[in-house]
Design a protein around this ligand. Structure first.
Ligand SMILES: [Zn+2]
Length: 224
């Protein structure tokens, strides 16, 4: 399986490679280097061009996109209802961008489309890094705190807990990120349990693995 990553930083990408491999229980082939966006809304803006490029110019099977939720609406179970779309939820928005971009693409390289695997880290990827180390940090705590008007932690606090500073250098950020995701290398269940935005990513990845190449019409390209 060939996987491309679209994320917000080189540190995120390094950690995500480990987590994607952990979910798939195998190291996929990664498109290198990954695609990088400068935060939101740049990710959603870049995504159509990335999808079209991967579709026509490569044999990539899956595009992994991971963004921080920041203060946006958190994706809830009710958003998964068929036809439902929350305009302020980044998961709903990114899924819609993928749907709209791939809808009219002709088959290429033996597959109908590049499949998506989308994760949203609530409120930031540092919360995922703290999973299994700091039990107060999880998606439910964030949602409950925000509903009560008092978020349980800020993004700066999460950075401080992970990096020891809220302004880490890139090498320090990568070192810390790799250290933290090591806990999940052989088992991502805790991360999936505590973070629905990660569980959604894992579920997309497993669906993609179950069906590595979506069937393309006969004669539409060479086998992938
Ligand atoms: Zn949503």
């Amino acid at each position: 399986m060939k996987v491309a990553l679209l994320s917000e930083s080189p540190a995120d990408e390094t950690a995500l490679r480990v987590l994607v491999g952990a979910v798939l229980r195998a190291t996929p082939r990664f498109v290198a280097p990954g695609f990088r966006a400068r935060g939101w809304p740049n990710v959603a803006q870049l995504m159509p061009a990335v999808i079209r490029h991967l579709h026509f110019n490569t044999d990539t099977d899956v595009l992994v996109v991971v963004v921080d939720a920041d203060d946006s609406v958190v994706h809830l179970a009710e958003h998964d209802r068929p036809g439902y779309f929350h305009p302020h939820c980044r998961m709903c928005q990114l899924r819609a961008v993928h749907r709209q971009t791939t809808k009219k693409l002709p088959a290429a390289h033996g597959r109908a489309r590049v499949v998506r695997a989308i994760g949203v880290a609530v409120p930031a990827i540092e919360a995922w890094y703290l999973c299994g180390r700091d039990p107060t940090v999880n998606e439910a705590a964030w949602v409950a705190g925000r509903e009560g008007g008092r978020p349980p932690y800020s993004r700066a606090e999460l950075k401080l807990r992970v990096y020891g500073t809220d302004r880490p250098s890139l090498p320090h950020e990568i070192t810390c990120a790799l250290q933290e995701v090591e806990r999940h290398r052989h088992d991502t269940r805790r991360l999936e349990h505590d973070f629905r935005g990660f569980a959604a990513l894992a579920s997309d990845l497993r669906a993609a693995r179950a069906e590595p190449a979506e069937s393309a019409p006969p004669g539409s390209g060479q086998p992938g």
